[in-house]
Design a binder for this molecule. Structure first.
Ligand code: HEC
Length: 131
């Protein structure tokens, strides 16, 4: 009986851990659409970087790799968010779009760490009209 119980506990823990992986559509896309897409899309590809499709996001920009699946520390997506807002390479550029807060950065990190799953065919659009 004791053995059966601990198996149950392990199974429950495993499911709980999986359930916490951020969901691209619900958790990740809204952050990118609010903070990044207005400058990194078809109309404006600053730094030659687009994030509207998985393929383009994975390709990265002129100098950086935006997403290295499984490695948040090597992903420019995370690095630029951890810079002080006044630094040149910090994104979004100061005052130009909402900066993701600490909880959102944590979600992005978890998403990259969990393999950066981006469902096929899902295209992102800025949630703000381009200026
Ligand atoms: C208001 C416009 C704007 C927004 C919003 C913005 N960026 Fe940028 N981004 C730029 C510009 C301009 C550059 C080019 C800088 C340069 O080449 O010196 C750039 C460059 C970059 C680069 C370097 C690309 C390369 O390889 O050279 C990364 C990475 C990046 N942005 C990530 C982001 C992320 C992640 C977000 C959202 C959190 C974001 N940006 C939001 C304007 C923006």
């Amino acid at each position: 009986m004791k053995l059966a119980l601990s198996f149950l506990t392990i199974a429950t823990l495993t499911c709980a851990a999986r359930a916490q992986d951020p969901d691209f559509k619900k958790d990740i896309a809204p952050i990118l659409e609010a903070s990044c897409l207005k400058c990194h899309c078809e109309a404006k590809a600053k730094g030659k970087l687009r994030m509207d499709t998985r393929e383009l996001a994975m390709k990265g920009g002129k100098d950086t790799k935006l997403i290295v699946a499984g490695k948040p520390d090597e992903s420019a997506l995370i690095k630029v968010l951890l810079l002080a807002p006044a630094e040149d390479e910090a994104m979004p550029p100061e005052g130009k779009a909402p900066r993701p807060d600490a909880a959102q950065i944590e979600l992005l990190k978890k998403w990259v760490a969990a393999g950066a799953v981006w469902p096929d065919g899902m295209t992102l659009k800025s949630s703000e009209a381009p200026k």
